[in-house]
Design a protein around this ligand. Structure first.
Ligand SMILES: Nc1ncnc2c1ncn2[C@@H]1O[C@H](COP(=O)(O)OP(=O)(O)OP(=O)(O)O)[C@@H](O)[C@H]1O
Ligand SMILES: [Mg+2]
Length: 436
């Protein structure tokens, strides 16, 4: 893990808006906890059972010592965290009420981290390199990040990048595009995905006006797979032309700080375990949802058993763009099938956690659909099988929720490398299962 490492001072309460004019206000609680996206991701990954080292910069002061102690207590190797004399440790004050936050950050030593601070031996033995908070470290780490990620890849590691928010509002430049091109997975939240794409990365052109789907397509065109964190709505995975929405039942957050960082840890743990992207994202969703149940980023960061138990309940809605031979009325960009081009693509919905075994009266839930499928029907699912709802040809929505009236059939899909390789079809009410 590479990036920011600082204490978070969490201010919680029903009304945490400061009142200027030297007024004093009482709030629910104020506490100092592990903060910094990279540090939270490191702790969350260690809780999930990964061997983790953090590379970051702190000052030679009590705040820096606090962070080093927290990392040591969690089993994170902090031997490569640089301690700078004469520069204070960075610090964040987060004013948090319900699901929303206002954040004030002083960069301090964190913005002194450069690529040269990353020990070559550490890079050489890493299986995965994750960089967090690009924009906070833009001036120091920015120039060397693309080279660093490229070196990690050359040594056999996979890479990921979570830029987090850009306080400057510029949302990057050619250096960021180069770093994104060296990331195997890009991990923005929804607002960040829109801003990153809106800045016109990697010649993809401005996409901010086209909604999340257009933004994600522009980011994928820049090189990486993209997983967009969507708060209580889970995550949207984009891999080439395939879009998969991963959802868990929403929780009422106590404090969502660090949920995204815990998500990153879960996703990385899943990918390192060899899981396909949506299953790894389900593990990320589980880690994020569990961490939102307590103040701070790491208080409830789960162990692997708890995260995996919750991840097994995730539903995955696939929006697969597939060509079947020449497509009449192809979209102007040559990639997007035009509306009404029959058979040009399916919208599918499937559900992980149901692989294997006999299922009766399968129930599918979705943002817009909650329906009983084939009551009394039974389907035998193999270990690699997932349940798929086939939805009629239509343009891809910004939000791939599916209405009950759109379902045209049920299928059992067979997963190979995270994609549906073949399907057996059943009618809408069950019926005979044929081979496709
Ligand atoms: N209220 C919630 N209910 C269920 N899951 C949630 C909730 N809030 C967050 N999560 C899970 O955690 C993930 C990350 O949260 P979020 O979308 O807030 O990321 P983020 O904005 O990057 O957060 P951060 O502030 O840590 O950078 C979500 O994609 C989701 O899976
Ligand atoms: Mg985030």
């Amino acid at each position: 893990m590479l990036g920011d490492c600082n204490p978070d001072v969490l201010v919680l309460g029903d009304d945490v808006t400061p009142a200027f004019g030297q007024q004093e206000k009482l709030v629910g609680s104020i506490s100092m906890v592990t903060g910094g996206s990279a540090a939270i991701t490191a702790v969350a990954a260690a809780r999930l059972g990964l061997r983790v080292a953090l590379v970051a910069a702190v000052g030679a002061d009590p705040a820096g010592t606090f962070m080093l102690d927290q990392l040591a207590a969690e089993g994170v190797d902090a031997s490569a965290v640089a301690v700078r004399d004469g520069t204070p440790t960075g610090m964040t004050v987060a004013l948090s009420q319900g699901g929303d936050r206002a954040i004030l950050t002083a960069l301090g030593a964190m913005a002194s981290l450069t690529a040269a601070d990353v020990p070559g031996a550490l890079l050489a033995r890493a299986r995965h390199v994750h960089a967090s908070s690009y924009f906070l470290l833009e001036g120091s780490l920015g120039p060397g990040l693309a080279g660093l990620l490229a070196a990690a890849r050359a040594a056999g590691a996979t890479t990921s990048l979570d830029t987090n928010w850009d306080p400057s509002g510029r949302w990057g430049d050619g250096r960021l595009s180069a770093a994104i091109a060296q990331a195997d997975v890009l991990l923005p939240n929804e607002a960040e995905a829109l801003c990153l794409a809106g800045a016109g990365l990697a010649d993809a052109g401005p996409a901010g006006a086209g909604g999340l789907d257009a933004a994600v397509s522009a980011l994928v065109a820049a090189g990486p797979r993209v997983v967009v964190k969507r708060g209580e709505r889970g995550a949207l995975c984009a891999d080439g032309p395939v879009r998969q929405q991963v959802s868990l039942p929403p929780v009422v957050p106590v404090d969502a700080s660090g949920a995204g960082d815990c998500f990153n840890a879960g996703l990385i743990a899943g990918l390192l375990d060899g899981q396909p992207l949506p299953q790894a994202a389900a593990l990320g969703c589980a880690a994020g949802a569990l961490s939102a149940g307590a103040p701070g980023g790491t208080a409830r960061a789960p162990a692997m058993a708890a995260a995996a138990r919750l991840a097994a309940l995730a539903s995955v809605t696939s929006v697969a763009l597939r060509r079947r031979g020449p497509v009449a009325g192809q979209g102007r960009d040559g990639r997007t099938p035009a509306r009404g081009a029959a058979g040009s693509h399916d919208r599918e919905r499937n559900r992980f956690g149901q692989a294997g075994g006999q299922r009766r009266g399968i129930r599918a839930r979705g943002a817009q659909a909650d329906m009983e499928l084939g009551a009394g029907n039974s389907l035998v699912l193999g270990a690699q099988d997932v349940l798929v709802l086939l939805v009629g040809p239509d343009d891809v929505d910004e939000d791939p929720g599916i209405g009950a009236d759109q379902v045209e059939g049920i299928a059992v899909g067979h997963l190979v490398d995270g994609d549906l390789a073949r399907r057996r079809l059943a009618g809408p009410g069950g019926g005979a299962v044929g081979q496709q």
